[in-house]
Ligand binder design. Structure first.
Ligand SMILES: [Zn+2]
Length: 379
C-alpha cells in the first residue's frame, strides 16, 4: 500500500494531533489503514451502521466520522474531496440525512464567508487589509476583541469532549499535588481573568496541554517521568502562559483567516460563533508557533520565579524528557527541546534575581508511588 494518507484518525492511543491514515470506502463500510505511527501496519474496519457523521474542520469542509471500534472510540476527519465523495456515494440511506445536513453546513459556512466579503466591498480595502494581516497586527487586534467568556465557552466544550473519553483522576495524592502547584502559580498572576481548571488524566502518554479559556490537562505519564513537583510545575507554568497570552485564539484566528478577523474587528460575532462552534476537536490539535513556545517558556519561567518555585526544575525536566524519549513523549513532539531553547531558558534564569524557593507541602516520592501503584490505563 503506497497511497497517501487521506484522513486523520483520533483515538486514545493516537497523538493528540491525530494519526494520519488511509481511508478506503467499501460497500459495507470503511477500512482505515495506518501506515505510520504506533499503529503502523494495522487496519480497522467499521460498517456504515456503526458510524455517525457530521461536518467539521475550520471551514466546515471536512467530514467527521465517529464510531466505537474494538480498540476504542474513533473520530476520523476526512479531508480529501475524493474520499468524501466516495463515502457519500457508498453510504446507505440511514446516513443520508446527516450527510445532507453536513453538506448544508458547508454551504452555510461558504455563504457566511460570501456575506462578509460583500460587506467588505472595495477590493483595495481588502488588499491593504490582506497585507496588514500578514503582519499579525490584525490578528492581535481581533484576539483582543474576543471576550474571555467566549473563549471559555470554546475551550470548555473541547475540554469536556476530550475528558469524556478519558480516565479522569478525581482525587488522591497526584490530584492534590497538581492542585497545589496550580494554586501556587495562579496566585502570582496579576489581574487574572481566567478560572483555571486542571484535570489529571490517567494515561501513560507523557503530555500536558492547555485549551483557550484556562482548561488544562496533565497526564499521569508526565507526572511519573518527573523527579519532583518543581519539574511538573515547569510544564504547568509553560502551559498556563499559553492561556494567558491567548496563543490558542491567535492560532484559531489565523487559521480561520482574514474573513474571521474582519468579522471580529467589525463586531459581527454571530457568523463567527457558528464557524467556531464546530471547532471542538480541532482545538486539541492546535499547534503553537515557535515564537509562542518561546514566549510561554520565558513567561513560564518568570511565573515560577514569582511563585518561589525553583525554575531550574523546568529546564532540567525539559532536557531529561528529550534524553529519555521512549516514543510516547507527546509533549516533546509539540515542544522539541533544542539546544537553543535550553540556552535561552538558562540565560533567562541566570539574569533573574536570586530567590529562595519555598518547598511544596507534598512528598513527591509518595505522589509518584501512588501513581505507580495504580492501574494506569483502562483495559
Ligand atoms: Zn507549549
Amino acid at each position: 500500500m503506497s497511497a497517501e494518507p487521506n484522513a486523520l484518525c483520533f483515538g486514545q492511543e493516537f497523538p493528540s494531533s491525530g494519526e494520519p491514515c488511509l481511508v478506503q470506502v467499501e460497500d459495507h463500510g470503511i477500512t482505515v489503514i495506518f501506515q505510520s505511527g504506533a499503529a503502523e501496519g494495522r487496519s480497522e474496519s467499521a460498517s456504515f451502521s456503526a458510524l455517525t457523521v457530521a461536518a467539521g474542520g475550520f471551514d466546515h469542509d471536512q467530514l467527521v466520522v465517529r464510531w466505537a471500534g474494538a480498540a476504542g472510540e474513533r473520530t476520523l476527519y476526512l479531508r480529501h474531496p475524493d474520499v468524501i465523495r466516495a463515502f457519500r456515494q457508498a453510504a446507505p440511506d440511514q446516513l443520508r440525512a446527516p450527510l445532507d445536513r453536513a453538506a448544508e453546513h458547508v454551504r452555510q459556512a461558504r455563504h457566511r464567508r460570501r456575506t462578509v466579503w460583500s460587506m467588505i466591498g472595495g477590493g483595495v480595502l481588502a488588499l491593504s487589509l490582506g497585507l496588514w494581516f500578514g503582519s499579525d497586527l490584525l490578528v492581535e487586534m481581533a484576539v483582543d476583541r474576543i471576550p474571555v467568556e467566549w473563549e471559555e465557552k470554546l475551550g470548555e466544550s473541547a475540554y469536556k469532549d476530550f475528558l469524556a473519553h478519558q480516565d479522569v483522576m478525581k482525587e488522591g495524592l497526584a490530584v492534590s499535588a497538581v492542585e497545589e502547584i496550580t494554586h501556587r502559580l495562579v496566585e502570582q498572576i496579576p489581574n487574572n481573568p481566567y478560572k483555571f481548571q486542571v484535570t489529571v488524566v490517567k494515561s501513560d502518554v507523557v503530555n500536558a496541554f492547555a485549551l483557550p479559556g484556562g482548561y488544562i490537562v496533565v497526564f499521569t505519564g508526565l507526572m511519573k517521568k518527573a523527579d519532583n513537583g518543581e519539574e511538573v510545575a515547569g510544564v504547568m507554568g509553560h502551559e498556563l502562559n499559553h492561556v494567558l497570552q491567548r496563543h490558542g485564539l491567535e492560532r484559531i484566528v489565523k487559521q480561520l483567516g482574514l474573513v474571521a478577523v474582519l468579522s471580529i474587528v467589525l463586531g459581527d460575532h454571530q457568523g463567527l460563533a457558528g464557524m467556531m462552534k464546530q471547532l471542538g476537536v480541532e482545538l486539541l490539535t492546535l499547534k503553537f508557533g515557535r515564537e509562542q513556545e518561546t514566549e510561554a517558556d520565558l513567561t513560564g519561567l518568570q511565573l515560577l520565579h514569582r511563585a518561589k518555585i525553583d525554575p531550574s526544575g523546568m529546564i532540567r525536566f525539559f532536557e531529561q524528557l528529550s534524553e529519555k524519549d521512549e516514543g510516547r513523549t507527546e509533549w516533546l513532539s509539540t515542544h522539541p527541546m533544542s539546544g537553543a531553547r535550553a540556552e535561552r531558558l538558562k540565560a533567562e534564569l541566570a539574569a533573574m534575581p536570586k530567590m529562595i524557593p519555598a518547598p511544596f507541602s507534598f512528598d513527591w516520592t509518595k505522589v509518584r508511588g501512588a501513581l505507580g501503584g495504580e492501574p494506569v490505563a483502562k483495559p
